[in-house]
Design a protein around this ligand. Structure first.
Ligand code: FEO
Ligand code: CA
Ligand code: CA
Ligand code: CA
Length: 595
C-alpha cells in the first residue's frame, strides 16, 4: 500500500532489475561509454597504459586508481567544454600489479611510488559530443594531483604546533592528499574533496606512550604496527614513531581550482579534521557560505561550517579567490537530532512510530570560531585538529555512517546518506534513536532537513529507510512499496535539474550489485525509488553527476581483492583483462528520464 503517482520528469525510464552482471547495465533506449579508465593518459606526454609494465613516472601522468567523486564543471555557457574533476580514493595493490609481482609483506619501492602516484585527483577536459554523451580531450588544463603535490594549509590551524614536521617546520605546506572520497563542486567553480580513511596509511601508533596522544590516535582509528601498504619503509612521514604530526596533516577538506592548472591546492582547517565525506556548499539567505560534511564512521557525526564573510557571485579569478578565502574564517558546528515521537515507539525494528514519520528537530552546536573554542578543555586549534574528540564532549548525535550530504537546488532542503551501521544497538553501543531508527542497520537510510543554512535550528525527517521493500523495516517516503526498486547502502548523492535525488550505493547488502537510483522528493511520487543502472561485480557506484543530457557514474573497485591472477571482474576491457576503475557516461536522445 501507499501512494502512487504518474511518471515524474527526470525519473521516467524503465528501471533496471537487480543483477550480478559484470557490466554496467542501463535502461532500455540509453547508450553508454567509458570516458576514462585507470592508466589512461591525462597530462601531455603521458604514455599509454601497460598493465605489465607500470612505473611511477607513467602513473603520475595517467588517470589514477579507484575513482570516486566526479565533478563536471562547465567552462562555457553551452556546456560544450567542461572540467571533469575526479578523485582517486585508494589503491589495492594485489589487483593493480601483474600476478606474482606484488608481495604485500615486501612491496618494492617502485610499487609504493606507483601507489603514491595513483592516489589524489585528476582534472581533464571533457567535451559534449554532437551524437550525445561526452568525450575526454587533450587540454592544457589536464592535471594530476598525487601524494607529491604541495598543498597550502589555510585557516585557524595553519601553522599549529600539531601540524609541524621535520620536513615542514612551518606547519603550512603538506605534500599530497589521500583517501579522497565524496566531494562537491562549489558555486564558484572549484572542487572540495574530503580526505576520508587517512588513518590506514600510518604505522607504529603502538609506540606512542603519551596517554593524551594515544587517545587522540585511537579516536581516529590509528593503531598497530606496520601499515597495510608499508609506505613507512620508503618515507618516514608515514611512521608515527618518527613523525608524530604527519597524521594531523590529513583528514581535511581540500580545495582544487581546475581553472588554473598551476594553482596550489588548499587544505581548509576551519572545516575540522575527521573522516570527511563531501563538502557541499549552500549559500545562506544573508550571503554567507555554508559547507556540510559527514564523518563516515559508525556512530560519528554530521558537521557544518558557516563563513563570516559573504559570497561574491561569479567565477572570475577575483571572485574565486575571495570565495575560497571564506572557507578559512567562520564557525564549525556539529549536529544534534531530537526525535518528536516517544522513545518507547522507537524500538530499533524500523517500525514507524504512531505519528507516521521518523522526524523531529535539530540543533547545530558550535565547536569553534576562529581562535575561540566553545568546548571545555579544548583550545580552538585542538577543536580543529581533534574535532572528533571535541564533538564527543558536546552531546552530538551518533549517526549511522554519515556519507555524502547535498543541498537540493530546487527545494532548498539538505539531504544526507547514512550508509549503514551493523553495530547500532550492539552490546555497549548506542541503540536506535529516531534519526537512526534501526538496530543492526545493514541497509542504511536517507535523511533530509530544512534550514536557512546560517541558523542553528532545523527540522528533519527520514526520506528513506533502505532495504528490501518487501520487508516491514523499510520506508520509501510513504510511496507504494510494491512499486519501488530495492536499495541498500546509500553513499553518494546528486540532484537533477527537476530536484529529484539520485543516490549511488556502496556495499549492497541485498546480494546484487551496487548501482544508481533516482527518487522524487516532493509531490505524490516522493519516495519512488527507481534503479537507473547497476555497476559490475565487486564495484561500488560513486560520483554521480546528473545533467539534463548525460549521467556520469564512477565505477570504483570492480572485482576488488580477488587478485590479479584470477580477477572476478574483467570490466571494462573484457576478455581475460584485469579490471580497471573507470568513469562511465550514460545518455540517450533527448532528456535523461523524460520519454
Ligand atoms: Fe569512501 Fe565513506 O566511502
Ligand atoms: Ca564513498
Ligand atoms: Ca516522529
Ligand atoms: Ca563508500
Amino acid at each position: 500500500s501507499g501512494r502512487q503517482g504518474a511518471p515524474v520528469p527526470g525519473t521516467d525510464f524503465d528501471p533496471v532489475a537487480p543483477n550480478t552482471a559484470d557490466a554496467v547495465v542501463i535502461p532500455e533506449g540509453y547508450e553508454q561509454r567509458v570516458l576514462i579508465r585507470w592508466g589512461d593518459p591525462v597530462v601531455p606526454g603521458a604514455p599509454e597504459f601497460d598493465f605489465h609494465n607500470q612505473s611511477a613516472a607513467a602513473q603520475a601522468k595517467q588517470f589514477g586508481y579507484n575513482n570516486d567523486f566526479v565533478g563536471l564543471i562547465p567552462q562555457d555557457g553551452s556546456g560544450k567544454r567542461n572540467f571533469l574533476v575526479v578523485n582517486h580514493e585508494y589503491t589495492t595493490e594485489v589487483d593493480m600489479f601483474p600476478a606474482g609481482t606484488y608481495d604485500p609483506e615486501n612491496p618494492t619501492e617502485e610499487q609504493v611510488r606507483i601507489a603514491w602516484a595513483a592516489h589524489g585527483l585528476s582534472v581533464v577536459q571533457a567535451e559534449r559530443e554532437r551524437s550525445g554523451g561526452l568525450k575526454v580531450v587533450p587540454s592544457r588544463y589536464n592535471r594530476r594531483i598525487t601524494m607529491d603535490t604541495e598543498f597550502e594549509v589555510r585557516g585557524p590551524a595553519a601553522g599549529s604546533k600539531y601540524l609541524k614536521t621535520s620536513a615542514d617546520p612551518s606547519g603550512r605546506v603538506v605534500r599530497g592528499t589521500q583517501n579522497n572520497c565524496a566531494g562537491g563542486v562549489t558555486p564558484w567553480g572549484t572542487v572540495l574533496s574530503g580526505e576520508e580513511n587517512f588513518n590506514q596509511y600510518f604505522a607504529n601508533a603502538e609506540t606512542v606512550t603519551d596517554p593524551v596522544q594515544a587517545e587522540r590516535l585511537a579516536r581516529y582509528g590509528i593503531s598497530g604496527g606496520a601499515s597495510t601498504r608499508k609506505w613507512e619503509r620508503f618515507d618516514k612521514r608515514w611512521d608515527i614513531a618518527q613523525e608524530p604530526n604527519e597524521v594531523h596533516r590529513f583528514g581535511w577538506v581540500v580545495e582544487i581550482d581546475p581553472n588554473d592548472p598551476d594553482s596550489r591546492p588548499i587544505k581548509h582547517t576551519a572545516l575540522g579534521r575527521f573522516k570527511h565525506e563531501a563538502a557541499n556548499v549552500k549559500i545562506a539567505k544573508d550571503g554567507r557560505v555554508v559547507v556540510y560534511s559527514g564523518d563516515d564512521e559508525r556512530f560519528d557525526y554530521i558537521y557544518k561550517f558557516v563563513s563570516n564573510g559573504k559570497y561574491k557571485p561569479g567565477k572570475s579569478a577575483h571572485a574565486r579567490r575571495h570565495n575560497m578565502s571564506l572557507l578559512d574564517d567562520g564557525t564549525l558546528y556539529v549536529a544534534k537530532f531530537t526525535g518528536d515521537s516517544p522513545a518507547s515507539e522507537i524500538d530499533g525494528s524500523g517500525a514507524l512510530p504512531s505519528d507516521g514519520e521518523f522526524d523531529g528537530v535539530g540543533e547545530w552546536i558550535p565547536l569553534a570560531s576562529g581562535n575561540k573554542s566553545f568546548v571545555d578543555g579544548f583550545t580552538a586549534e585542538e577543536v580543529y585538529v581533534f574535532t572528533r574528540l571535541a564533538a564527543d564532549k558536546v552531546g552530538a548525535t551518533k549517526m549511522d555512517r554519515p556519507e555524502d550530504i547535498e543541498p537540493n537546488p530546487v527545494n532548498g532542503r539538505i539531504y544526507a546518506a547514512l550508509t549503514n551501521n551493523s553495530d547500532r544497538g550492539a552490546s555497549g553501543k548506542a541503540g536506535a534513536d529516531e534519526a537512526n531508527p534501526r538496530n543492526g542497520n545493514r541497509n542504511g537510510h536517507v535523511l533530509e532537513w530544512e534550514e536557512d543554512g546560517a541558523g542553528t535550528r532545523f527540522v528533519w525527517r527520514l526520506l528513506l529507510v533502505c532495504g528490501d521493500p518487501a520487508t516491514a523495516d523499510t520506508y520509501f517516503g510513504g510511496f507504494d512499496k510494491n512499486a519501488v526498486s530495492p536499495i541498500s547502502c546509500p553513499d553518494n548523492l546528486a540532484f537533477d535539474s527537476y530536484g529529484n535525488l539520485w543516490i549511488s550505493t556502496d556495499g549492497n547488502a541485498l546480494g546484487s550489485n551496487d548501482g544508481l537510483f533516482s527518487v522524487p522528493v516532493d509531490g505524490p511520487n516522493r519516495g519512488q525509488v527507481k534503479q537507473f543502472l547497476t555497476v559490475p561485480i565487486g564495484a561500488e557506484a560513486c560520483g554521480p553527476v546528473v545533467t539534463d543530457d548525460v549521467v556520469l557514474v564512477a565505477v570504483q573497485h570492480p572485482g576488488e581483492g580477488a587478485g590479479a591472477a584470477n580477477p572476478e571482474s574483467h570490466w571494462p576491457d573484457g576478455g581475460s583483462a584485469n579490471p580497471r576503475p573507470a568513469i562511465v557516461a550514460v545518455w540517450k536522445k533527448g532528456r535523461i528520464g523524460v520519454r
